[in-house]
Design a binder for this molecule. Sequence first.
Ligand SMILES: [Zn+2]
Length: 324
Amino acid sequence: MSRARGAAAEVIGRLAPSPTGLLHLGHARTFLGAWWSARSRAGQVLMRLEDLDGPRASQRFGDAALRDLEWLGLDWEGTPSVQSAHLERFAAAVERLLAEGKAYPCVCTRGDLRTAQNAPHAGDKEPRYPGTCRGRFATLAEAERTSGRAAGVRLRVPAGELTIDDAVFGAKKYDVAAEVGDFLIARRGGAPAYQLAVVVDDAAGGVTDGVRGADLLPSAARQWHLQAALDLPHPRYAHLALVTDEHGARLAKHADALSLAELRERKVDPRAVVRWAARTLGTPCDELASARELVPHFRLTERAAREETAGRALVESLLSPASG
Ligand SMILES: [Zn+2]
């Protein structure tokens, strides 16, 4: 499944926007960071639209994301890949894990899992899966026949801690079995889960470096287990702290005022966005500069681990970039 690697030093990064809304300044910073990280080591950059998020994903947002990123001065090798165009790749990985006993069918509903949950964790977004269906069914077909329900598929997560050695956040320990439990790799009805799609597509593209938002740091641990189960290499990771608004809330995709589409419309100089992103990641940048001009100067410092704010004041400074 994984493409043969070229020279040992080859770097392959990727930009993976979800076409579920307009990209905003936080995305600009993360994608610039990912692009600089690869290009500053003469690496390749792949573009992947992660459009598996059901009805929320749309081609309109996908097209807008590509335009936004081109406006920022980013480029990539080949044509963008679209996850929904190669579902068979994900199905094959799930079948293989089932056949090897590394995954198992699960027929639990959300309701079942809520009842199984302990009271102190009742407010958690994602309860730990208690392992109800582990060893319960021999095959997916049997699970569906016996229960009369569509079955999802969960990875059998081995017990114990692992360390994700992140280029920005350092060594982070996770115990996925204790914190999350056996997590879904295919939803009921067969759609691939996010973690599986990312791992399979990263491997298919030969991705060596995953640079993305810090909200995905815990996902790196889950993906590590999946990579191990599928005998795939583990990419290097660098997670970049998120950008929040003036009130400390994460920039939502509906925050149109801070969307890149809106900034383009208002004739903001993209180099002003580039300069802001560079500085807030730790790359020195005094004059206005294009993304490409900053490639030789790129570095990530501890600033990349510090949350940044993007609000009205930033937009105003971007509208008059000379004063920046
Ligand atoms: Zn279950």
